[in-house]
Design a protein around this ligand. Structure first.
Ligand code: MRU
Length: 361
């Protein structure tokens, strides 16, 4: 599974250095690869959400910076390009993490060594993301195997935390892909994820391509499903997790966590270490992206002929607000599934992960 670059959200040519991404704004109706050939194109890809999902945003930014360094390897050039990339989206901390990892690698080098080192570092970060997500899948699979269930293991997820949000595997979907490959009978409740519908447009598309049984549900039906016994566990991703275990993820995650807790259903968050913001003491410090209200007031799709169209839903002049993420307090999270293992969502749990990482260094 996933041995081919066909099932990767971003591919880079080892010889020419060319980078292509899947334009996710066109899914599920059109699968189109877009060549990124300027810093502007990278910034646009992230801000317009052609690429999205915390880990993929970070890896895209790393390649964007590598592209910029090839044109201008000076300290000032690197700083300016980093600032432009960092300004594309505010919430996913993987963006800052990747840019800092790149700068750490290239700034100490002589100017003529920087372009090659930047490209090599971006390629290494991409490969590490694949390996980390595969490891998250293994740790998550161990949890799923032990979970009480009937004939089928019913998992609820929100937004898209699959391979489209990373490079391959995904975070929340990695354990599900591994479970399917291991022969566990899984079924996924996919919450549509208004206003941009990443659940319906991306997660359902991914799961269907992989042959994983899934059912899309309106966001508002998730409380009822969680109450009715139709869900054995919830797994979501994260855009930024604070040092106390508070989890920021796509708006609507918090409501699922509340309903899961009220019904004693395990609520897991799957994330790579790069999504933990050690400088952020609690969820209240996480910047929440406020997006265009038009995303709430209109809906995009295709007509019967497959042509893209946007439909206005509200009366002219209707006001809307569009916070794109929310924070789930650590007390509602059963565990954090990382590439290093499963940790308690708490100051102590994350401190033990930090100790483990320092031991590895
Ligand atoms: O606005 P998006 O589509 O970038 O939001 C993505 C999410 O909220 C994902 O759940 C999160 O980034 C985890 S992806 C592995």
């Amino acid at each position: 599974m996933f041995s081919s670059d066909d099932l990767a959200s971003l591919r880079s040519d080892a010889v020419s250095g060319a980078v292509e991404i899947i334009d996710q704004t066109l899914l599920p109706h059109t699968l189109r690869w877009v060549h990124l050939d300027s810093l502007e194109a990278y910034c646009h890809a992230i801000s317009a959400m052609q690429v999205r999902g915390a880990p993929l945003i970070g890896i895209s930014a790393a390649f964007g910076l590598a592209h910029a360094v090839a044109g201008d390897p000076s300290d000032a050039g690197i700083r300016q390009a980093s600032e432009r990339l960092l300004a594309t989206r505010p919430t996913a901390v993987n963006l800052r993490w990747a840019l800092e990892a790149m700068a750490q690698e290239i700034l100490p080098l002589a100017l003529d060594k920087r372009a090659g080192a930047a490209r090599a570092r971006a390629i290494a970060l991409r490969q590490a993301d694949i390996d980390n997500c595969a490891a998250i899948g293994d740790h998550g699979l161990a949890l799923l195997r032990d979970m009480p269930r009937g004939d089928t293991l019913n998992i609820m997820t929100h937004c898209n935390a699959g391979w489209l949000a990373t490079i391959q595997w995904g975070t929340a979907l990695a354990p599900i892909y591994k479970a399917r490959a291991a022969g566990l009978p899984v079924h996924v409740w996919v919450s549509e994820t208004r206003p941009r519908n990443q659940g319906m447009n991306l997660t359902a598309w991914e799961l269907q391509r992989a042959g994983v049984p899934c059912t899309v549900v309106a966001d508002n039906s998730c409380g009822q499903l969680l109450r009715s016994g139709a869900v054995d566990c919830v797994i979501v991703g994260s855009d930024r997790t604070a040092a106390n275990g508070d989890v920021c993820n796509k708006v609507g995650t918090y409501l699922k966590a509340l309903a899961a807790a009220d019904n004693n259903i395990p609520f897991y968050v799957a994330l790579p270490e790069s999504t933990i913001d050690w400088r952020c003491a609690g969820g209240g410090d996480i910047p929440i992206e406020e997006r265009d209200p038009l995303e709430v007031l209109a809906i995009a799709g295709v007509d019967a002929a497959g042509q893209g169209l946007e439909v206005n839903l509200a009366a002219a002049g209707t006001r809307a607000a569009n916070p794109a993420f929310d924070v789930t307090p650590a007390r509602l999270v059963t565990g954090l599934v990382t590439e290093h293992g499963v940790y308690a969502a708490s100051v102590e749990g994350l401190a033990s992960l930090k100790d483990q990482l320092q031991g590895l260094a």
